[in-house]
Design a protein around this ligand. Structure first.
Ligand code: MTE
Ligand code: MO
Length: 198
């Protein structure tokens, strides 16, 4: 018997991978503020703009020709469930933002269906964020954001915009959907930044 097994799942046991106030879930809950948008791949596009000018655009086929990465990530939802060691495939934001001369410090992620969420641009860089299109070895299911979603696992999961269609790069921060509705502007799970006054 491995001694550490005695401690697994014990009340009061501390899991070093679990941020404060979170518990593990075996399933993969679906949390959507509205209906699942249906976007045919022939019409799908991913764009980067600066609020005025279009800077980059990829069709689905162009996007899928970009180099991809396998990602293993822990997910933390503000509603207190966490899922450790999830497996994804996606395109790094470093790849998408490469060769752009950017003056901006913030990004607003925009989704099909109208959802938005804001992040500091630096949180999308240096191997911290991806546009993910596969989960657990299969195409990303529509209810989880397929065909493609933002994946920013170091922040609460509401920052990982499902059905992402683009990024707007801004020099001033602009709150997104949940950030305007009481959620924390940044959302670090390790500092329990759940709501705007946390
Ligand atoms: N477009 C869009 N993205 C979204 C949401 C949403 O309602 N619409 N919900 C967010 C929230 S609050 C969470 S917790 C996660 C849930 O992702 P899941 O449904 O794949 O678990 O997606 C985030 N991304
Ligand atoms: Mo959430």
């Amino acid at each position: 018997m491995i001694e550490s097994r005695h401690f697994v799942g014990r009340p009061g046991a501390v899991d070093l991978k679990l941020p404060p106030g979170q518990h593990l879930t075996a399933g993969f809950p679906v949390l959507s503020a509205g209906p699942t948008p249906q976007v045919p791949l022939e019409q799908w596009e991913l764009t980067i703009d600066d609020g005025t000018r279009l800077l980059r655009r990829w069709s689905w086929n162009e996007f899928r020709e970009l180099p991809t990465e396998r990602i293993t990530a822990d997910l933390h939802c503000v509603t207190r469930w966490s899922k450790l060691g999830t497996a994804w495939e996606g395109v790094s934001l470093d790849t998408l933002l490469a060769h752009l001369t950017i003056d901006a410090s913030f990004a607003l992620a925009r989704s099909y269906g109208g959802y938005t969420t804001n992040l500091p641009l630096r949180d999308l860089m240096n191997g911290q964020a991806w546009i993910a299109f596969r989960f657990d070895g299969a195409d990303l299911a529509p209810e989880h954001g397929g065909p493609a979603r933002l994946l920013v696992p170091h922040l609460y999961l509401w920052k990982s915009a499902k059905w992402v269609r683009g990024l707007t790069l801004l020099d001033r921060d602009e709150p997104g959907f949940w950030e305007r509705n009481g959620y924390h502007n940044y959302g670090d799970p390790w500092r329990e930044q759940r709501y705007s006054d946390d």
